[in-house]
Design a protein. Sequence first.
Length: 396
Amino acid sequence: MPTAFIKPGRSKSLERRHPWVFSGAVARIEGAPAPGDTVKILSEQGKFLAQGAFSPSSQILLRVWTFDEGEEIDAAFFRRRLEEAFSLRRQLFPEKSEKSALRLVNAEADGLPGVVIDRYGEILVCQFSSAGGERWRGEIVRQLRELTGAPTVYERSDLEVRSKEGLPQRCGLLWGAEPPDLVEISEYGCRFLVDIRRGHKTGFYLDQRENRRLAGEFAVAAQVLNCFSYSGGFAVPALKGGAENVVNIDASADALELARRNILRNDLDDQRVTHLCGDVFALLRRFRDERRCFDLIILDPPKFAESRHQLPGACRGYKDINLLAFKLLKPEGTLFTFSCSGMLEPDLFQKIVADAALDAGRRALVIKHLRQDADHPAALNFPEGAYLKGLICRVR
């Protein structure tokens, strides 16, 4: 097996079982591993640290499969990892119906860096974002077929991050029958049509499941502004919860059309909904100038920071959008505000929101801290996995 030797003083994160090894921490590699091959990782003194997948094109040169020296990285390894992940979801969600949607494998948290598997009813959707995941892609799909009996396994590896791994983007059928254009799922009594071929992520934001339910509880008799609304994930439970009306804003006309279809699918009155296609920042400034105001505002923007050097600009973006939201809230109004930028730590996000409230001249209370749902666990040794952070704020 090829061997990577870690520079003196750079092995502390591995000793704390962090699964990433950056290229700057590696002194040398003995052998000639191909992309995705398993490499033994040793300290400069020859102490075993881990086994990981080699990714020569990425700054993350090695992603750890196991910290056990005696564990073989083979078909049996991937079967164990998948079975463990599936077992956890069965324990966490024992009542899920055949039309429900769930994340079955959450990359590093489930010991499979760069591998994400989501279930939409009977259909499985996979993403392989690392050289290691790509190397074992065929074996993982074979195991999925045996373990789940899914009639369709579809790939959504159309991720920009794959270019950092030296991999092309790819999307298409991996196994079984072609999926329908839209797949229906059920979530807390809400029905959603999901476009797994072209939709965001693998088709839907499964990580916001519980937060959508909470938003419905806060929407009673409310005028709701739903920003970055996508396909209506927050709009449907808000209307079911008794919202007086909802304004959906998204940059995609196709997403808004799917949101409209989802509202009708739940036998809700589409006349209570206004769909606006455009830039959220510009439209919020227009609402501010028009002195519009709302009882409940939901800010669920896309990731503003993909890397640390983008973080200052992301912080300005979060500050701007939260400042506008605070100005648009009625007294005793509620703000659901989120960030899915993993590089942005929760304390910094809360400080940004606090500064926005201060600059808006609003007194705000944090009612609840929010995060991704339980099928998107984060390992304690990998804090970057806790990427989704949110606040429910009540203003005075």
